[in-house]
Design a binder for this molecule. Structure first.
Ligand code: GLU
Length: 610
């Protein structure tokens, strides 16, 4: 979701002043992973604030060619927009300029309609459909009342409802960059070289500095070339810890692969190894000693993380016998919480730790005094600050917008949680526990075996690439995998697909099955296999082309062609293998259809709006 980057001060490292704006382009490129549909920059040139905008996937390159290489400036901001209010157009693209104020924004100003009416009565007019332009007009109006930016920003925070991170330029003040943070992430990059920065994520600044301050919620900052002052919502100066980002963790390379997504799919055996190492060093629950005391678990998450939560439900219920509910985070946060007895643990799962819906759901749980745990991939996130316990996944940085290795890392942590709780609560015998530990050692080889048979996924992709609809079927944990497989196909290849529990299709949706409709059947649970196979026969009798993803211990004789056969492992670990063919089929279909796999249209990596 949108990226913000900004700077104030000369770059002493650069001999040619011409390049002084390159941080905006470098930063926006690093933030592309968040998803965007347009980009823009604003900067001071000869004491005048200039604004340039471009639309589409080439917008950053166009800004670089047309603007950045030609001008010099000591203060500027850049933005990649992921539209929430108004289509991707030049008028709606950021930066927005109203009177003396020019700004970039990540988030949503929820009361923008009322504020807009008020400002229209005060003679402001608007060019765009965005909430952001209303924010710019409000700041301009408040500044005209007070002539003081600190008072203006304090008043802005009082009047505006919603989530926002803002980078602001005031044309009266070419030496100060202003920033506000409420909910959405914003960091300040610090140097002692007469130049400071802002960004949505420190990753945007790693070529310029690794020292940064994470702005706290409900704070604003006045940033000069040699000084940074941060104020809380009462207008009082606050101290902020300067953190150092470990540059070794950036991993921003495709490692010889054609896309980040393929590289990340292939990294899954390595991610699993790292997770096992961490587990064996500390035991998943060593840092969380009291989880076995909870009588119920509630998992809240969105998208693939929600599907990972469903895997967690099956595993924890089966192996630890603790009841688990999984709820979509954006729904949970508006539901009445009935289990306010402190025996429920609420687990939020988020790759970025910035997912607004999941953060809000966890806050909702905290309001009822429930304990919370975050399963998070990115360190130092907003979610880390609100939860009682943290479980960090070992996926490393994920650039592909549609998650692959971060999802696998989430289900691995949930499997280890089920394993630890099962052992502690004596539902897993010592011998079985030892067998599972032994199997952990051979799993990476089996992951690589699946990855190394890519041709067969390409063959399946050829079958589905021109279809309008694909169905995914599964029972039990295989249904949770079917949901993830179906989502991956939609995200990467834009082919419509739906996942059904195998027994449910005949209760209505079977009417959509026609000759050659592709149906991917996930069959890995030996106890449910015969039932799912019967459901496959039902759709085959109506012409469907069933493609099973089936373990080698279950007979696939019912299916003539195109079976994807994967190794059978302990049921606790099976989903870690089963998801890989589903990811690769979606990937190959997307490549055949010439889709932008790393940056699928309309999607954002870090969904920081509700
Ligand atoms: N709500 C703003 C808009 O639609 C900002 C969206 C973003 O975070 O990129 O322009």
């Amino acid at each position: 979701m949108c990226g913000i980057v900004g700077f104030v001060g000369k770059d002493k490292q650069l001999d040619k002043e011409k390049k002084s704006l390159s941080v905006l382009i470098d930063g926006l490129r690093q933030l592309q992973y968040r998803g965007y549909d347009s980009a823009g920059v604003a900067f001071f040139e000869d004491n005048i604030v200039k604004v340039y905008k471009e639309i589409g996937i080439e917008s950053i390159n166009l800004l670089e060619q047309n603007v950045i290489s030609k001008v010099s400036s000591n203060l500027g901001v850049g933005h990649t927009r992921w539209a929430t209010h108004g289509e991707a157009s030049i008028d709606n693209c950021h930066p927005h300029q109203v009177g003396k104020i020019t700004l970039v924004h990540n988030g949503i100003i929820e009361n923008y309609s009322e504020l807009k009416q008020e400002l229209i009565h005060l003679d402001y007019s608007f060019k765009s459909e965005t909430d952001t332009e209303v924010g710019a007009a409000l700041i301009d109006y408040l500044y005209h009342q007070t002539n003081d930016m600190n008072k203006t920003l304090l008043e802005f925070m009082k009047r505006v409802k919603g989530a926002y991170a803002l980078g602001i330029i005031n044309s009266d003040d070419p030496k100060k960059l202003f920033a506000i943070r409420n909910e959405n992430p914003l960091i300040i990059g610090i140097t002692n070289e007469g130049r400071n920065y802002i960004a949505s994520d420190i990753i945007a600044l790693t070529s310029y500095t690794n020292h940064y301050i994470e702005m706290k919620n409900e704070s604003f900052a006045v940033i000069k070339d040699n000084n940074v002052s941060i104020y809380n919502k009462s207008g009082l100066l606050v101290d902020n810890e300067i953190k150092i980002y470990d540059m070794g963790n950036t991993e921003i390379s495709k490692n010889g692969e054609s896309t980040f997504t393929l590289k990340e799919i292939k990294e899954q055996s390595c991610v699993f190894r790292k997770s096992v190492e961490k587990y064996q060093k500390s035991g998943t629950l060593k840092s969380l000693p009291s989880l076995a005391k909870y009588k119920k678990i509630k998992i809240v998450a969105c998208g693939s993380a929600y599907h990972a939560g469903l895997i967690g439900k099956y595993l924890i219920e089966k192996f630890a016998e603790i009841p688990v509910d999984v709820e979509i985070a954006s729904e949970y946060r508006y539901n009445k919480i009935l289990d306010v007895n402190r025996k429920t643990l609420v687990i939020g799962i988020s790759q970025s730790g910035e997912t607004a819906d999941t953060i809000k759901a966890l806050e909702h749980a905290k309001e009822s005094d429930l304990d919370t745990l975050g399963i998070i991939n990115a360190a130092g996130s907003s979610m880390e600050r609100i939860v009682d316990y943290i479980l960090n996944t070992c996926a490393g940085r994920e650039i592909g917008v549609a998650t692959t290795k971060a999802y696998s890392a989430q289900i691995t942590e949930l499997a280890f949680m089920a394993l630890d709780l099962g052992k502690k609560l004596k539902h897993i015998e010592k011998e079985e526990y030892q067998n599972i530990l032994e199997e952990l050692k051979t799993l990476p080889i089996k992951i690589d075996q699946i990855l190394n048979t890519r041709d067969q996924y390409l063959e399946i992709a050829k079958i589905i690439m021109n279809k309008n609809d694909v169905f995914y079927l599964g029972r039990g944990i295989d249904y949770a995998l079917a949901m993830e497989g179906s989502l991956k196909l939609k995200e990467l290849s834009y082919i419509h697909s739906e996942a059904y529990t195998a027994g449910e299709l005949k209760h209505g949706t079977i009417s959509l099955i026609e000759k050659d409709t592709p149906v991917l059947a996930i069959i890995t649970d030996p106890n449910l296999a015969s039932k799912t196979i019967s459901n496959c026969k039902e759709v085959m009798a109506r012409g469907a082309n069933v493609i099973p993803v089936i373990t080698d211990s279950i007979s696939n004789l019912e299916f003539k062609n195109n079976s994807i056969v994967i190794p059978t492992v302990h049921p606790l670990l099976q989903p870690i293998l089963t998801v890989i063919p589903l990811q690769l089929i979606a990937y190959e279909a997307a490549v055949l259809r010439d889709c932008n796999v790393d940056k699928p249209k309309n999607l954002a990596k870090s969904v920081t709006v509700e």
